[in-house]
Design a protein around this ligand. Structure first.
Ligand code: ATP
Length: 268
């Protein structure tokens, strides 16, 4: 039975497609019960790898059910459907940060600071509750019509109560992965998120990733290299210094989320 028919029988009326993931589609529906439009991510277990179905998807569903924060997407319910499909019903956003950057090319520093402080408040909440995201990137940072941040896609998230426990799973998205993960070393997953935050802020301000393939692979020598900004980009020194604390090649020198949240650039 087609997914839209099943969802219609549950009171969800299809409106439009919102996006596609590796093993999922995300669509917009109106909902009488929730009295608003909702986004439903439909994951097809038949198409997804076994590792994803057994390990990552149960974590995603459990963590999404647990977290509650103004800047994290709110999950309404989970619907099990015939054909080993599952629907995650969540609040709908207008676009993602990647789409916004494509639209405007670069987000001015003042506006980037407002959006980035919302992202940091969500990641601070996650790390305080011992949850790491491990796939923070512009595509997973949604924006509502009022330009409120909603972090989504907890497909690689996990709990990490013990700060000395390192992660080993290679996961996330290449341009946003810190060098230690690219080198397949055991890594501190919270420091992973901090690096991804640095890449995200750099993208917001410049409209491009901080490292192309060549410069990125030079980093794998674990040498700190100066970041190169496009000549015509208006990013002040305090902001560049701040990004430098996030994109520290040595994870032990990289800021913690508390240090990020208390940084002068964000507070001014
Ligand atoms: P990938 O495997 O590529 O990481 P995924 O399968 O985990 O993706 P999501 O990242 O959750 O899927 O969603 C894919 C896209 O759908 C997002 O980049 C975004 O554009 C859109 N999307 C997801 N959730 C919502 C939402 N709640 N409101 C509006 N759009 C959304």
């Amino acid at each position: 039975m087609p997914v839209d028919h099943i969802l219609r029988s549950l009171g969800y009326k299809f409106l439009s497609s919102l996006g596609e993931g590796s093993f999922s589609t995300v669509k917009l529906y109106s909902s009488q019960r929730h009295r608003c439009n909702v986004a439903i991510k439909i994951i097809d277990r038949e198409k997804a790898p076994r590792d994803f179905v057994r390990k990552f998807m149960p974590r995603e569903l459990s963590i999404l059910g647990q977290v509650k924060h103004d800047h994290i997407v709110n999950m309404h319910e989970i619907i099990e459907m015939p054909g080993r499909r599952v629907g995650i019903v969540m609040e709908a956003a207008a676009k993602d940060l990647y789409q916004k950057i494509i639209e405007v090319n670069r987000i001015p520093e003042v506006q980037s600071k407002t959006l980035f402080s919302q992202i940091v408040s969500a990641v601070n909440y996650l790390h305080q509750t011992d949850i790491v995201h491990r796939d923070l990137k512009c595509e997973n940072i949604l924006l509502t019509a009022q330009e409120q941040v909603k972090i989504t896609d907890f497909g690689f998230a996990r709990r990490c109560q013990d700060p000395s426990e390192l992660s080993r799973a290679f996961c996330g998205t290449v341009g946003y992965c810190p060098p230690e993960v690219m080198m397949r070393r055991p890594y501190d997953p919270k420091k992973y998120d901090i690096w991804s935050l640095g890449v995200t802020l750099f993208c917001m301000l410049t409209g491009q990733l901080p490292f192309d393939e060549t410069s990125y692979f030079r980093l794998l020598g674990l040498q700190q290299k100066p970041l190169v900004y496009p000549d015509d980009v208006a990013v002040g020194e305090p902001c560049r210094d701040f990004i430098g604390t996030l994109l520290q090649v040595d994870p032990s020198k990289r800021s913690t989320i508390q240090e990020v949240a208390e940084h002068q650039w964000l507070k001014n």
